[in-house]
Write a protein that binds this ligand. Sequence first.
Ligand code: ADP
Length: 172
Amino acid sequence: MSDARRQLLEAILGDITRLAVDAIVNAANASLLGGGGVDGAIHRAAGPELLEECRRISGCPTGEVRVTRGYQLPAHWVIHAVGPVWEGGGRGEEALLASCYAHAIREAARVEARSIAFPSISTGIYGYPVDRAAPVAVRAVRETLEAAPSVERVVFTCFDERTLSVYEELLG
Ligand code: ADP
C-alpha cells in the first residue's frame, strides 16, 4: 500500500546533471544518440560511456523510456524518456507525455531508485507549452507513485523561473 506522506514531490530551480539522486530522467530523442538541451548536458556530464551504452539500444519510441547507467554523473541511473513534439495538442501529445512520466516512475521502482529527478520533458526544443505540460507531468507522477511505494522522492527540476513557478503552483 502506498503512503503518500512518505512520497515527496518537489520543484527546484537547477541543473539536473548536478543532482545526487538515484535516477535522473533525460528528455531524449528517439535515436537516443544525443541532442541539444538537457540531453546534450547529460551526455557531456556523464562522459562518452553513456553514448556507448545508448548506441547498444536501438532507439526508443515516443512515450517510452530506456534505462542506462549514469557513469560520471552523481546519479546512478539515467532514464531516457522520449517526449512528444508539440503539434497543437491533437496528435495524442498529452497521452504520450503522461506515458513518459508513468514509465519513468515504474522503471525507477524496478531498478530500486528511491529518488528520481525529472526535467520538464518536451517543453524546450519540442515546443510543448509548459503550462499544459506540467499538470500532465504532476498527475501522471502522482497516479503512478500509488503503485510504486519504494520511490520516496520526486524532484521536478526546472531550468528557468517560469517553469518553476508553474510547478510551484501545482505542487502547492
Ligand atoms: P525537449 O526536446 O524534450 O523539449 P529540451 O532539452 O529542449 O527537451 O528541454 C526540456 C527542458 O529541459 C526545458 O525546460 C529546458 O530548459 C530544460 N533544460 C535544459 N538543460 C537543462 C539542465 N541541464 N537541467 C535541467 N533542465 C534543463
